[in-house]
Design a protein around this ligand. Structure first.
Ligand SMILES: O=c1ccn([C@@H]2O[C@H](COP(=O)(O)O)[C@@H](O)[C@H]2O)c(=O)[nH]1
Length: 285
């Protein structure tokens, strides 16, 4: 039997593990974003103890519910080493509950340093090892090679920022490369080249908040689409934005605050995530 959460090696790649998770739980990436304002809203102190209680509720409610869970690393990092300890527990708890964990760390650097980031987030023995990590291609897609290679050989994934959900990204991401295609399309095409082996190692990030103008039909990897809820996009917007431009099987809409507002009860978080997931599935059917 294949355990999608403990790949010894590449096996059938991240694509197989991703498909299994989504087939069982539906297309939703639930974010764990412990904003200080949310901790207060939940009646928790803005401290490491508050962070831990917040994360434990998320693990209990979202771990058995969502196909993919995306802890936003910044909110843990803000508490220093104690915050990283909570992040380790959160990653382990979500994976033990059967979810795939996508660490939203947005790493990207020259190749030699990228190898260290890859080891931190994707090396199976590393304390923060996740199933996938978000990466930034600003230093060149080729600079991501160490992460792509380690992900491929361990059945894990990288999600490369292509067309982000925030308005500030538009100018850079829609600039033309050699007058033939946008920067964002060049990122998608480079990810598609990685996925030519069928592994689905390279996902991309394309926000649901606006028309993206991308051709994602040849990607053959997951498309993380943040922006649902707090940033204004609806499940219907996801369907509209990706109509005729992407294989819906690869779409992974993401929401954080829209789900977390239902806390602190684990059952309430699970119900909120299920509602968002059902809206997505209905819109994409
Ligand atoms: O283009 C992007 C890439 C990443 N994000 C991250 O997703 C969540 C969104 O949180 P909401 O509460 O659902 O707005 C957050 O962690 C962002 O850093 C994104 O929004 N857009």
């Amino acid at each position: 039997m294949t355990d999608r959460n403990t790949p010894a090696t590449g096996g059938d790649g991240f694509a197989g593990r991703y498909r299994a998770a989504v087939a069982e739980r539906g297309r939703l990436c639930a974010g764990i974003d412990p904003h200080p304002s949310l901790l207060e809203q939940w009646g928790l102190p803005v401290s490491v103890d508050g962070l831990r209680s917040f994360a434990q509720s998320c693990v209990a409610g979202l771990g058995p519910t969502a196909a993919v869970i995306k802890p936003q690393v910044a909110f843990f990092e803000a508490f220093g080493s104690a915050g990283f300890a909570v992040l380790e527990e959160t990653i382990a708890g979500c994976r033990a509950a059967g979810a795939l964990v996508l660490a939203d760390a947005k790493r990207g650097d020259i190749g030699s340093t990228m190898a260290a980031y890859a080891a931190a987030w994707l090396e199976p023995a590393a304390p923060l090892c996740s199933d996938a990590v978000t990466v930034s291609p600003y230093l060149g897609f080729g600079a991501l090679d160490p992460a792509v290679t380690l992900a491929r050989t361990t059945g894990r994934g990288v999600f490369v920022l292509a067309r982000t959900s925030n308005p500030d990204g538009t100018e850079l991401q829609t600039a033309q490369v050699a007058r033939t295609r946008t920067v964002a399309q060049s990122v998608v095409d480079a990810a598609a080249a990685v996925n030519a082996d069928g592994s689905g190692t390279a996902g991309v990030v394309v926000g649901a908040t606006r028309e993206h103008g991308l051709d994602l039909s040849a990607l053959a990897g997951p498309i993380l689409s943040p922006g649902l809820g707090a940033q204004g996009a609806s499940a219907a917007d996801v369907a509209a934005v990706f109509a005729d431009t992407a294989d819906p099987a690869w779409l992974l809409p993401a929401a954080s605050r829209a789900i977390l507002a239902a806390g602190p009860g684990a059952a309430d978080l699970a119900a909120a995530a299920s509602t968002v997931r059902d809206q997505i599935e209905a819109a994409l059917s």
